[in-house]
Design a protein around this ligand. Structure first.
Ligand code: UDX
Length: 435
């Protein structure tokens, strides 16, 4: 099939490469010249395991190209819109400027029979609004909404072998045809038995935000238990193991720590609340405000723990391990690690941070923090060490070796990822969150 992908960020670049890998002919379009130049040279503009290999093989096959020239979409019949919907500067709602601009440009160039497929995470009701625009400006084009559930760090795998496919389509023959075309796009996954759920627009839009709201709630639930554990001396990791054995609950996404961040969960729950309020149903999702507050309290708790450990923050040397919002990513959007590093620096601590992939992205946002290229360098002379992103190379550090580099053996484990007994045995004062 001939596919265009509008927007080549974390979502679009992976989608374009994965679609070409599946055998489709794909053009990725983005307004960012540097990004397009990098992708055209088969270089991933961000860190995503597996993406460089897929980019290289798909580009070499001649089935994948990238351009800033929007007219390239004229060579495609199925157009995926994968632009960002960040939190707006004025409040909690999603900023729809990029989606609206993409549709504006696309509708000038589509031809009868084409299918436009929205992938961006949008406030419920957006697809219906855009469908009216499509009907006005390109009446023989169909709009479908096909939300993306990829996790950064596993994005290629999640795109090629998703755990489910959701198609939001209009009723009637046009919708049936759009669903058949999407089955063709995802032929391999469909043939492998991936569940396909065909819905109306609103349901498809809601599936995405509901899934992310649920995941965020699960994390904040265990972090709320961590707050109680801290007041009682209980151990939240054992609690999570024990309740996680109940198959109805499940152990995944019950890791207590500094909480969730990234380009999706935080802004998606805020946009969901904002949209629900617009719909007059704010009460139904008011718990999401609490989920957000519990999450943000964990960051503040780490700052307090450092203060307690060091007896103040001014002039205290803190070695921060981790900057990305989670391991196997270079993404620092709404990263708890970067947020904590910045708060510590703002309060006068001398912060040196490191991360295997995210230093460059962090440096642009947080110039007050000093950066080191190795964990050893980051913790050298530290009064307190804080582990915030559980990269395997940090979790595997030898407490004895690291202990020789610091001025005081004091560690705060923001992800409950270390073995407290091993660190204590090496003479460290160990603090987890909720244990
Ligand atoms: C998420 C969803 O998982 C994905 O389906 C959706 O398409 C996009 O948003 P992603 O942002 O890549 O994906 O990250 P995810 O793996 O969900 O982690 C989100 C955050 O939660 C990270 O900061 C992570 O460290 C944190 N987290 C995760 C916890 O604090 N505890 C956990 O148990 C799990």
């Amino acid at each position: 099939m001939r596919i265009s992908v509008i927007g080549c960020g974390y979502l679009g670049a992976v989608h374009a490469a994965a679609m070409a890998d599946l055998g489709h002919t794909v053009v990725g379009v983005d307004v960012d010249e540097a990004k397009v130049a990098s992708l055209s040279a088969a270089r991933a503009p961000f860190f995503e395991p597996g993406l460089p290999e897929v980019l290289a093989s798909a580009t070499a096959s001649g089935r994948l190209r990238f351009t800033t020239d929007f007219s390239a979409v004229e060579d495609a019949d199925v157009h995926f819109v994968a632009v960002g919907t960040p939190q707006s500067a004025e409040g909690d709602a999603a900023d729809m400027r990029f989606v609206d601009a993409a549709f504006g440009s696309l509708l000038e160039r589509v031809k009868p029979g084409d299918v436009i497929v929205g992938k961006s995470t949008v406030p419920v009701g957006t697809a219906a609004r855009l469908a009216r625009l499509v009907a006005e400006r390109a009446p023989e084009v169909t709009l479908a909404w096909n939300p993306e559930f990829l996790r950064e760090g596993f994005a290629v795998k999640d795109t090629v072998s998703p755990d489910r496919l959701v198609y939001g389509v209009p009723g009637g023959e046009a919708g049936e045809r759009a669903a058949r075309i999407l089955d063709g796009v995802y032929e391999r996954a469909v043939a492998a038995g991936t569940p396909v759920i065909v819905t109306d627009y609103a349901t498809a839009e809601l599936v995405k935000v509901a899934a992310n709201a649920f995941l965020a709630t699960k994390i904040s639930f265990i972090n709320a238990m961590a707050e109680i554990a801290e007041a009682t001396g209980a151990d939240v990791t054992q609690l999570a193991d024990a309740i996680g054995h109940d198959a109805r609950i499940g152990r995944r996404f019950l890791n207590a720590g500094v909480g969730f961040g990234g380009g999706c969960l935080p802004k998606d729950i805020r946009a969901f609340s904002a949209r629900a309020r617009e719909l007059g149903r704010g009460d139904a999702v008011r718990f999401l405000d609490e989920v957000d507050q519990i999450n943000l309290r964990r960051r503040a708790r780490v700052v307090e723990l450092v203060r307690e450990q060091a007896g103040g923050l001014a002039g205290v040397r803190v070695g921060v391990l981790g900057l990305a919002f989670k391991p196997h990513s270079d993404d620092v959007r709404d990263s708890p690690a970067l947020d904590i590093a910045m708060r510590l620096a703002d309060e006068g601590a001398i912060v040196t941070a490191t991360d295997p992939q995210a230093i460059e992205n962090a440096r642009r946002r947080a110039p007050k923090v000093a950066y080191a290229t190795s964990p050893e360098e980051a913790v050298a002379g530290a009064d307190v060490v804080v582990l915030i992103t559980e990269w395997p190379e940090f979790v595997g550090l030898d407490p004895e070796v690291i202990g020789r580099l610091v001025t005081r053996r004091s560690i705060i484990d923001g992800r409950n990822a270390l073995d407290p007994a091993a660190w204590r045995a090496a003479g460290w004062e160990y603090h987890g969150l909720g244990r």
